[in-house]
Design a protein around this ligand. Structure first.
Ligand SMILES: O=C(O)c1ccc[n+]([C@@H]2O[C@H](COP(=O)([O-])O)[C@@H](O)[C@H]2O)c1
Ligand SMILES: Cc1cc2nc[nH]c2cc1C
Length: 340
């Protein structure tokens, strides 16, 4: 019987038998075993292919950045886009060292359109509106961002996709999104982002309270995104849905990427199976957000950069999990004694 003729329960039971039959005590490869299960289930085969991965970085600006929610000025978003394009950012370096292709998407940076042959331009607007006082984007803009993101994720050439972001002010968007969708407290979720000092953090907390008070206590994922932004988060959520629907493993990066994953999995719950959470970021709210959605991250490296850097470092683990399933000897093939 081929894998496609098996019921999902039979397939799962064959998969567990294959993993448990490898030359190791049952469960001894911990999260790598769970990862191998996820990969095999996403490709519907006990012998999955896992050799090509791509990083897409979505960049977008936030009206509320100018209100004082970040340690850095808004212009850094466009400057970092140029840095990605010339290959000098941490994401470029980690991608090169792990053989991952990169593409950069301008989802709505607050400047004139950037003319560069390798930049994918899908500018929804030159930055969102100031979400402290008004909706960050219109419903039509949010929908357009999701649809474009879906098209990016939906391709045949990679078995895994990392999604990264760049956007000064976007820890504020991620905080407000998680607060409105999950009901976690603003105090738990609000952190220092790019590095606010104590006074800056107190100002950010005040501003985010004002922003939160402007809307209902609980919001749907689409409305939370519309109210609090940003274009790069909306596009990333769409890309996660598109990639998972085309049977890829989606490697989720840090705090902001997890807020996009939250939106994506609420819109399309079946994609949960394909999401791999790369790391827990140092950003204050990330652990609480991961716990609230039941996600178990692979790494804890005290990182808080974004750009997809955590996802890139988890890619070798994803590859290793597939290799374990495909190449590791079984007790039977290696004639190793097993407990009976
Ligand atoms: O990925 C994370 O966990 C993360 C945590 C803190 C900051 N960042 C990055 O820093 C920027 C947002 O920080 P902020 O303080 O401007 O809201 C944005 O470009 C993110 O990529 C990213
Ligand atoms: C320099 C810099 C690089 C970044 N990469 C992602 N977010 C960032 C924020 C800053 C400030």
């Amino acid at each position: 019987m081929t894998n496609s003729n098996l019921s999902s329960a039979e397939f799962k039971s064959n998969l567990i038998a294959k993993i448990n039959g490898k030359t190791k005590p049952v469960g001894s490869l911990g999260k790598i075993e769970k990862l191998a299960e996820q990969i095999a289930i996403s490709q519907h085969t006990l012998s999955p292919v896992m050799n090509a991965c791509r990083l897409t970085i979505f960049a977008g600006d936030h009206g509320m950045a100018n209100a004082g929610v970040s340690a850095f000025p808004q212009i850094v978003t466009q400057q970092m886009v140029l840095n990605f394009l010339s290959g000098g950012a941490a994401a470029n370096v980690f991608a090169r060292s792990n053989n991952v292709k990169i593409q950069v998407v301008d989802a709505g940076v607050a400047c004139d359109p950037i003319n560069h042959p390798h930049l994918i331009s899908h500018r929804i607007a030159p930055g969102t509106k100031n979400a402290i006082t008004e909706s960050a984007m219109t419903k039509e803009q949010a929908q357009r961002a999701i649809v474009f993101g879906k098209n990016i994720g939906n391709n045949e050439n990679f078995q895994a996709e990392c999604f990264g972001e760049m956007g000064i002010g976007n820890t504020s968007s991620a905080t407000l999104i998680a607060h409105k969708i999950l009901g976690l407290s603003l105090d738990t979720l609000t952190g220092r982002g790019t590095g606010l000092d104590d006074a800056g953090l107190a100002r950010k907390r005040d501003l985010l309270k004002q922003a939160a008070n402007r809307t209902n206590e609980h919001l749907s994922p689409m409305v939370a995104m519309q109210e609090y932004g940003g274009f790069e988060i909306a596009m990333m959520a769409g890309a996660m849905i598109g990639a998972a629907e085309s049977e890829k493993i989606v490697i989720v990066d840090g705090f902001i990427a997890t807020s996009a994953a939250l939106i994506a999995q609420q819109i399309s719950p079946a994609i949960k199976q394909n999401l791999v959470f790369a790391h827990v970021s140092e950003e204050q709210g990330h652990l609480a957000l991961l716990d609230a959605i039941g996600a178990k991250p692979l790494l804890n490296l005290d990182m808080r950069l974004g750009e997809g850097t955590g996802a890139l470092l988890a890619w070798p683990l994803v590859k290793a999990a597939a290799a374990m399933l495909n190449e590791m000897a079984s007790f039977e093939s290696a004639s190793v004694s097993n407990i009976t």
